[in-house]
Write a protein that binds this ligand. Structure first.
Ligand code: FE2
Length: 367
């Protein structure tokens, strides 16, 4: 037998996917968060892992899926939110643009699973399955062992229940609700995800007719979160569009770091915040750091974060911005406030131990 004769499509997939294997899982599980800090890892799209010195591990919008993998019939389902939005029928070419940096089935522990809303790129049946199947538990406010809760707006909870998550494990939240998990306080806040407003329950010819209808309640479909942690207050805006109500959240809460969904909207689309929206969100929230997310994942919505940097530099003195942007990379760790002055994330470059052992090269000045 040879390498070539043994090779199969299945062995290639198993040896290659997920691309990062358990590298990041090991890092998250092994990292000890210093006192007074909060550690965050970007999992892609709007998925973020939060970890605190008190051992709280939360996931927000952890998702393990992808986009188009075949041209199929080239059509989009009638009633898809994008079809509702602009009256298109051709399939959108949304291919996944970033590698899988986690293996959801490799994690040993999490304390809560959160979703901002129920769109497919914000929830994971794989993650729900692993959390349920492995019997993970956490502790409640009185220190008693409880099954890991699933926290989200009504529509997210309905999705989890449809997947088989026991209803008693789910906590439906609306803006104003507060849940404590170890040393993190989760506050649900209003979402401004107007794409959710034009999302119908079913697709196809029988899809709900929205024309002339007063919008359904946003609070049932999507929420934003403020996570009060020992390292600061972190604002996750899910897929919110820009809203003037960010200013109210900025007055109601001290916000250190704000995450916003940034993307280059194709012509006819109004789905992601633009560079200007991201800066306006930060200004309105009065946060200290703003970090664009979601721009990474879809090939047809990909945006260049340097556009935010360019406009930030153009406006910061005139508008007296009290914040600065932070440009992250999927799979990267951001520890706040330790990393608060960073503008660009770069993955660890390695080779820190150079010249600690003898070289093996023809002569010293060779390279
Ligand atoms: Fe999304």
């Amino acid at each position: 037998m040879s390498k070539v004769s043994d090779m199969t499509r299945e062995s290639w997939i198993m040896n290659t996917f997920p691309e990062w294997g358990t590298w990041l899982v090991e890092e998250i599980e092994g990292y000890e968060v210093p006192q007074g800090q909060v550690a965050m890892w970007w999992l892609g799209c709007t998925g973020i892992w939060f970890k605190t010195p008190g051992g709280a591990n939360l996931t927000v919008d952890l998702w393990c899926g992808n986009g188009k993998r075949t041209h199929g019939n080239g059509k989009m389902a009638v009633g898809h939110q994008m079809a509702n939005m602009c009256g298109c029928r051709n399939m959108q070419p949304n291919l996944r643009n970033v590698p899988f940096v986690i293996d959801p089935f490799a994690f040993k522990h999490v304390d809560a699973v959160l979703a901002t809303h129920y769109h497919q790129d914000h929830m994971s049946a794989e993650w729900a399955a692993h959390v349920i199947q492995s019997g993970m538990t956490t502790t409640d406010e009185d220190g008693r062992d409880i099954p890991v809760p699933f926290i989200g707006p009504k529509k997210s909870v309905e999705t989890w229940i449809k997947w088989g998550v026991p209803a008693e494990r789910c906590r439906t939240v609306v803006p104003g609700d507060v849940i404590k998990i170890k040393d993190i306080e989760i506050i649900a806040l209003d979402s401004f995800d107007r794409t959710c407003i034009v999302t119908t329950d079913s697709t196809g010819p029988d899809r709900e007719e929205l024309t002339g209808k007063c919008p359904t309640d946003m609070d049932e479909k999507a929420v934003n979160y403020l996570l009060k942690t020992p390292g600061g207050n972190i604002y996750h805006s899910g897929d919110s569009h820009f809203s003037i109500y960010f200013a109210k959240h900025g007055k109601d809460y001290d916000i250190d770091v704000a995450f916003g969904s940034f993307g280059e909207n194709p012509i006819g689309m109004q789905d992601k915040m633009t560079s200007i929206d991201i800066l306006r969100m930060a200004e309105n929230l009065r946060c200290k750091v703003v970090c664009p997310i979601h721009w990474d994942v879809w090939s047809n919505f990909q945006a260049d974060c340097d556009e935010i940097k360019l406009i930030y530099d153009f406006k910061k003195d005139r508008n007296e911005y009290g914040f600065h942007p932070f440009f992250w990379q999927v799979g990267g760790r951001y520890v706040y406030p330790q990393d608060k002055d960073k503008i660009y994330y770069h993955h660890r470059r390695g080779f820190e131990d150079c010249f600690e052992h003898p070289q093996n090269i023809p002569f010293r000045s060779c390279l």
